[in-house]
Design a protein around this ligand. Structure first.
Ligand code: ATP
Ligand code: MN
Length: 259
């Protein structure tokens, strides 16, 4: 009982510290009590040591930078000391859309209320990251999930997050295109379609292209999988056309399905 009270007190202090911290002034209700509890658990479990500033604030999730805890340090590559923390909103989120991406996926059959859907979504992103990684696609290494919070490898340096393809000038579009094309093929061969693939969800880091934002990725069994694949191919082709290449979405789609 004393231990429980002490734990409650520590949790209150933890929550107050985050709430008062300047960095979280941008927080517009992404952190409800259950989210604080999830963050606290991730700290207790050694995945996170200290929460840093926001890398991105979006409609569905905010992404923060954080210091890796002991457990994460064990899992990360030598020298990596930071993690990225993606916090899905349990409130203002468009959960009807989420539901549509979850139905038909045998990994996530039981859907309940809104909070449960967001939690399933967060686990789905972790699970998709694992699957992509196993398929040989460079993605942030998934580390942990707790409720609506996903902890993964931070892609970037001390100077800041890695740039998106939209934010860099690509020296060699042909090579970049071939890498992205191969990523789409490997994902597809592993039974996944990204579903929101574009120059916004590919980071350029340390000479590598890193695919992010795989929460909405669906298995090839999803009723809209083909349509999503087509759209991904068109987005990618259209970006590389603007880089001066002569490529079409249809050609890319055909290549992916033939190889
Ligand atoms: P948006 O709606 O802006 O696309 P989102 O909810 O789709 O946001 P993500 O695309 O996963 O979320 O992440 C938003 C941004 O946060 C990314 O564009 C990227 O700049 C940054 N980011 C996400 N994950 C990482 C990571 N692991 N390491 C570094 N930066 C990251
Ligand atoms: Mn994104």
């Amino acid at each position: 009982d004393r231990i429980a009270r002490k734990r409650d007190r520590e949790f209150s202090q933890f929550r107050k510290r985050i709430k008062d911290s300047d960095r979280f002034k941008v927080d517009d209700g992404a952190f409800d009590d259950a989210t604080f509890a999830a963050l606290y658990k991730l700290v207790q479990d050694g995945y996170v040591d200290a929460i840093g500033g926001p890398l991105s604030t979006g409609k569905e999730a905010n992404v923060y930078n954080a210091l890796a805890g002991e457990r994460s340090l064990d899992l990360l590559r030598e020298g990596e000391e930071e993690v990225a923390m993606k916090v899905y909103r349990t409130r203002a989120t468009n959960f009807q859309d989420m539901r549509e991406y979850l139905v038909g996926d045998p990994r996530f059959e039981e859907l309940g209320d809104k909070k449960k859907i967001v939690m399933a979504w967060t686990r789905k992103e972790l699970s998709n990251l694992e699957r992509a990684r196993k398929a040989g696609v460079r993605v942030p290494q998934p580390l942990a999930v707790e409720r609506n919070v996903l902890i993964m490898e931070y892609i970037g340096t001390e100077d800041g997050r890695a740039k998106r393809l939209t934010e860099v000038s690509i020296e060699n579009p042909e090579t970049a295109f071939e890498v992205v094309r191969e990523y789409i093929r490997r994902l597809y061969a592993a039974g996944l379609v990204h579903g929101d693939l574009s120059e916004y969800n590919v980071l350029f880091y340390d000479g590598e292209l890193v695919v992010i934002d795989v929460g909405q990725a669906v298995t090839v069994h999803h009723p809209n999988a083909e349509e999503f694949l087509e759209r991904d191919c068109e987005n990618v082709a259209s970006f590389f056309r603007r880089q001066g290449m002569d490529v079409s979405g249809d050609e890319l789609l055909a290549w992916v399905q033939e190889h």
